[in-house]
Design a protein around this ligand. Structure first.
Ligand code: PLP
Length: 403
């Protein structure tokens, strides 16, 4: 029997949000690579390192020890304890297991929190540039993303005044990452305190502090906005194992939040996915409570590459870039190329430039539009120094053809 038109009419929810641009670019890159084209991937957001050996050993042991059953929805008690130990050790923050919900990646943690706290019509303030998924999750929840454009001259940090100006009686949530993906911005204690002062005047607003790049910080100590005692109960820390421990495929993230929010997240997760993968959880206990040296060594290598990438960027005419203080991306302003042409195609915007770089330089990057900053593009330095050198050489050549 033939399918009716109504059969393939998918839900209106799908019209409300876009697929992640980062994954789209990676997919395009893979397709070209499958055709035999040598694509250098500077689009994806994952460390190009293997998971540290002692964490892999813990995962193997978990299989042998038969950690194979359904897990508690909010995570094994030992893992939630381990998260509390980590939060005390690294951040001097006191939490109990009841504050912690473990999820299948920080992305799920964010989805849980947003679905748990945002109602239709609620406003969620997001400083731009922001991680692609934030605005889309808010739209899925029926909320309204209120994007606050920040200035490159201020290292893409939202100022207390900008925050104050964005707040209305509908504001429900503020959502940001430090270190920031894509800009690499890291907020200092003083800068966070100045934002906290604004939140004290608006006691109905919750704050999601995405700290997944915590360990990949080139400017010293990581600071969490949860450190301010008067604000702590309104802060939901989101963190995970993907970046700092090179465990993207394990899919493990967590939140630390007030028990009311934690319970809400547990309820949502109980219907969507149940508890996170058992093997990944056992490995995470080891990761969070043992030697951080492999993570710190990884950060040193990222720092070395950052230095080189800043040199390489300085050789590209017309690109302007603030030096990232954390994470593993550069986010140059590239709009001086808009309107230029190689004789066949004209670059109208950052999307066009990314496609041009993919097809002409065979380097995949991500358009700044996806991060709410359409005059920039994002290039990852989570790739080998050798590949990075070649990629920037190719980019330089491809850009030189644009007049
Ligand atoms: C800022 C930020 N938050 C959260 C995530 C989600 O990480 P995961 O779901 O792998 O834990 C990412 C991944 O790219 C990210 O860049």
């Amino acid at each position: 029997m033939e399918l009716t038109a109504a059969t393939m009419e998918l839900s209106s929810l799908l019209q409300r949000f876009s697929e992640p641009e980062t994954l789209k670019m990676a997919k395009l890159g893979r397709e070209l690579r499958a055709k035999g084209i040598d694509i250098i991937d500077l689009s994806l957001g994952e460390p190009d390192f293997d998971t540290p050996t002692h964490i892999k050993e813990a995962a193997k042991k978990a299989i042998d020890d038969n950690w194979s059953h359904y897990t508690p929805v909010s995570g094994y008690p030992e893992l939630r304890e381990a998260v509390c130990i980590k939060l005390k050790r690294d951040n001097n923050l006191d939490y109990k297991a009841e504050n912690i919900v473990v999820s299948t990646g920080a992305k799920q943690s964010l989805a849980n929190v947003i679905l748990a706290v945002v109602d239709a019509g609620d406003e969620v303030i997001i400083p731009a540039p922001f991680w692609v998924t934030y605005s889309e999750l808010v739209k899925i929840a029926g909320g309204i993303p209120v994007i606050v454009t920040t200035a490159m001259q201020n290292s893409y940090k939202i100022t207390p005044q900008e925050l104050q100006d964005a707040i209305t009686e509908k504001s429900k949530l503020f959502l940001f990452s430090s270190p920031c993906n894509p800009s690499g911005t890291v907020y200092s204690k003083e800068e966070l305190e100045a934002l906290a002062e604004v939140f004290y005047k608006h006691p109905d607003i919750l704050i999601i502090s995405d700290e997944i790049y915590e360990y990949i910080n080139f400017v010293g100590k990581h600071e969490s906005i949860a450190q301010f005692a008067e604000l702590k109960d309104r802060v939901i820390i989101v963190n995970g194992l993907s970046k700092g421990f090179a465990m993207t495929g394990y899919r493990l993230g967590y939140i630390a939040a007030h028990p009311v929010v934690a319970k809400g997240c547990e309820k949502i997760q109980g219907q969507f996915t149940s508890g996170a993968n058992s093997i990944a959880q056992r490995a995470a206990i080891t990761a969070l409570t043992t030697d951080l040296k492999p993570s710190l060594d990884m950060t040193k290598e990222f720092e070395r590459r950052r230095k080189r990438v800043m040199q390489l960027l300085s050789e590209i005419p017309g690109w302007e870039c603030a030096e990232p203080a954390g994470a593993f991306y550069v986010f140059p302003k590239v709009d001086s190329y808009f309107g230029k042409s190689n004789g066949q195609e004209t670059i109208e915007n950052a999307d066009d430039l990314c496609m041009y770089l993919l097809n002409t330089a065979n380097v995949s990057t991500v358009t700044g539009r996806a991060f709410g900053t359409p005059d920039c593009i994002r290039l990852s330095f989570a790739n080998s120094m050798e590949k990075i050198e070649i990629a920037y050489e190719r980019i330089k050549k491809a850009l030189a053809k644009l007049k």
